[in-house]
Design a binder for this molecule. Structure first.
Ligand code: ADP
Ligand code: MG
Length: 643
């Protein structure tokens, strides 16, 4: 075996870079978190080519002193901790001092920064780990970090980058979360020269509207409550509002965006009765709890956290959210009026909500602020507090308009806390009871309904190897077996498609195709629509495209004919991507359905009727009827029993 070497620092940094700098989005996350740690109130993010070509994050934070400029790029150099005791009281988002060193070792990076006490700024570059000299450079107070040509010196890693559009999507997703988690900070995000998101730091409701649009917030319930020493607040989608994937779920724990299984599961279970397969709830949830009860130092990128007691966290979140969704009396204390422009203007004036005090959240929580710089301020901000002062005029004017929604509940005092043990036992019991009750009720209801319809019909059999005949009361039904099955499959595929549009299935080899110039322009114009429908498509050369993945439900469609169809309608521009997808799914259903002329066994007939739920009003995807009903009167007329 070879001799053991202590790795050269540069080599070590390149390897270690993999931990924090996996992909462009992780660079953006680190840079934005640095800006937040520096107390910035305005942060600009610019990317080109999915971040591969260029990423730039500018802030108006405290800046870096001239003497520290080089240190910023040195591994394990941080201004955020000095000794081991500090590790127990981390207030900042970063503290390992790894990010900039790692980034500088795998890209061409530079930092331009100025503190408020300095006249001029300073500039330092780090290309592939090689530090340059610090130069004087004019700039405003704050810091700009520029990262170009990521992984230019580690081609193996560059090869694993996704197409630019996919990298951009990941950047957008992480930025969205950071903006929601720091909704009092103004952000501007520009990708390839186009502004993707602009927010003004006006609070969570504004950030949600800026990111997801007004239509989303109107589908949400605003909650704010203190329970078991946790404050749970934010916006959660109503029972009928669901999304096709988890990117619409944001949990902010003590001011930090986190991904945590306990919280996700609690929320998912609370919504379970209202969701079908592949439907996911929408929520932007702030959870605040004493820093002693949570460990944020779990993973280098600090997105996961560990709780001292998972079950309390689970139980509290589950009961708060399911109370709200199930409309139980307890919800009255949890639901708060929405702050955004109301659609339905009622007659009652807004009763300003009593701010939730530090005492209610718990002394321990407030003895130490959780994010550097703005914590005390953040904690004292309440739904009706300072945030609103910053809102745009239109919004604040609207804030004074009456809401007429759950008005009476806000000045109620939150209930006195019970001991943690009581609550824990109570929650567990409550959850178990609720779950058992719900599933029993649902099962019973379905069984009853099925028994009822089934009992009404008498199955006579199959004729002409094509039609099923049924009798009910004074009517005889003829069912076209192919049309019925086609309809069922169509519904199934459509549901799979709708629920899983963004569940993309990556293809073994990308599907490549070439078109002429005007067709190319047309296809590029369809990119947003195609991507929305779950196609990962990119232009890989002039007039040449690659499809990397398709929606799962369309995995086996003929992509050539799909794009031919899309292009054949180019001149009319009337057929939309959804229409073509609709047509493809109908075709897939038609091909897969049982044919007319096939003799069915009794079991097969029964299975088909059960799947149809004996619904005699179905139509096939092309609009032809599935069932024809002939009444006794009509038959009697054939035989002249009646005239
Ligand atoms: P960490 O954030 O873990 O301390 P980084 O490598 O991300 O490590 O940053 C190193 C140091 O550079 C930080 O501790 C901080 O002092 C300084 N720094 C980085 N970005 C900024 C910024 N945007 N504004 C002010 N100081 C910064
Ligand atoms: Mg950092």
């Amino acid at each position: 075996m070879a001799k053991i070497n202590v790795l050269d620092k540069k080599v070590y940094n390149r390897i270690a870079a993999g931990e924090v700098v996996e992909r462009p989005y992780s660079v953006i996350k680190e840079l934005v978190e640095n800006a937040l740690d520096a107390g910035a109130t305005e942060i600009d993010v610019t990317i080109e080519d999915g971040g591969k070509r260029l990423m730039r994050v500018s802030d108006n934070g405290c800046g870096i002193e001239r003497d520290d400029m080089k240190n910023a790029f040195v591994a394990h150099a941080t201004s955020k901790i000095k000794n081991v005791e500090d590790l127990d009281s981390i207030l900042t988002l970063g503290f390992r001092g790894e990010a900039l060193a790692s980034i500088g070792s795998v890209s061409k990076a530079s930092i331009l920064s100025k503190t408020k006490d300095d006249e001029m700024g300073n500039l330092v570059t780090c290309n592939g780990g090689a530090l340059g000299d610090v130069e004087i450079y004019p700039t405003d107070t704050g810091t700009t970090v520029l990262v170009e040509d990521l992984f230019y010196n580690t081609p193996a890693r560059a090869k694993f980058l996704k197409p630019s559009k996919s990298e951009e999507t990941d950047i957008t997703n992480i930025l969205t979360r950071l903006i929601l988690a720091h909704s009092d900070i103004a952000f501007k995000y520009v990708a390839d020269g186009k502004t993707v998101i602009q927010s003004y730091g006006g609070g969570l409701d504004e950030a949600i509207i800026e990111i997801y649009g007004y239509n989303t917030i109107t589908e949400c319930i605003h909650i704010d409550t203190v329970k078991n020493g946790m404050r749970i607040s934010g916006y959660i989608g109503n029972n009928y509002f669901n999304k096709p994937n988890r990117t619409y779920q944001t949990v902010i724990l003590n001011g930090r965006y986190v991904i945590n299984n306990t919280i996700q599961t609690a929320l998912h279970n609370a919504y379970k009765n209202y969701l079908m397969k592949r439907q996911y709830p929408f929520y932007v949830l702030n959870v605040e709890m004493s820093p002693e009860t949570v460990d944020v130092n779990v993973h280098p990128n600090k997105t996961d956290v560990r709780f001292i007691d998972n079950q309390i966290v689970y139980g509290t979140l589950y009961s708060v959210v399911s109370n709200v969704l199930d409309g139980s009396a307890a919800a009255l204390e949890i639901i708060k009026p929405n702050n955004y422009i109301p659609v339905d203007v009622g007659s009652k004036p807004i009763v300003p909500q009593k701010p939730i005090t530090k005492e209610e959240i718990g002394e321990a929580h407030c003895s130490r602020p959780y994010v550097s710089g703005f914590n005390e301020e953040l904690l004292s901000k309440t739904i009706w507090g300072e945030n609103n002062a910053k809102k745009s005029e239109a919004l604040s004017e609207n804030l004074t308009k009456p809401l007429g929604f759950m008005d009476s509940v806000h000045d109620e005092e939150p209930k006195k806390e019970q001991s943690i043990d009581d609550i824990f036992a109570e929650n567990k019991k409550y959850i178990a009871e609720m779950e058992a009750k719900k599933s029993a009720e649902a099962a019973e209801k379905i069984k009853q309904e099925e028994l009822n319809v089934e009992a009404e019909f008498k199955v006579i059999g199959q004729v002409l190897a094509t039609y099923l005949i049924l009798e009910r009361g004074e009517d005889v039904y003829f069912i076209d077996q192919h049309a019925a099955h086609e309809r069922l499959l169509y519904d199934k595929f459509m549901a799979e498609y709708k629920n899983g549009a963004i569940d993309e299935q990556t293809m073994l080899l990308p599907y490549n195709f070439r078109v002429n110039e005007s067709e190319s322009e047309f296809i590029i114009g369809k990119f947003p629509e195609l991507r929305k429908m779950g196609f990962d498509i990119a232009e890989y050369d002039v007039n040449e495209f690659s499809v990397y993945s398709v929606p799962v439900a369309l995995f086996d469609i003929d992509l050539k004919s799909f794009f031919d169809d899309l292009l054949s309608d180019m001149s009319f521009k009337k057929e939309t991507v959804p229409e073509i997808i609709h047509e493809k799914i109908a075709m897939k259903a038609c091909k897969a359905a049982i044919k007319s002329g096939k003799i069915l066994s009794d079991d097969e007939i029964q299975a088909l009727l059960t799947a149809m739920k004996y619904d005699t009003t179905l139509r096939c995807p092309h609009g032809r009827p599935v069932t024809v009903k002939i009444s006794r009167t009509e038959i009697d007329k054939w035989f002249k029993r009646i005239v």
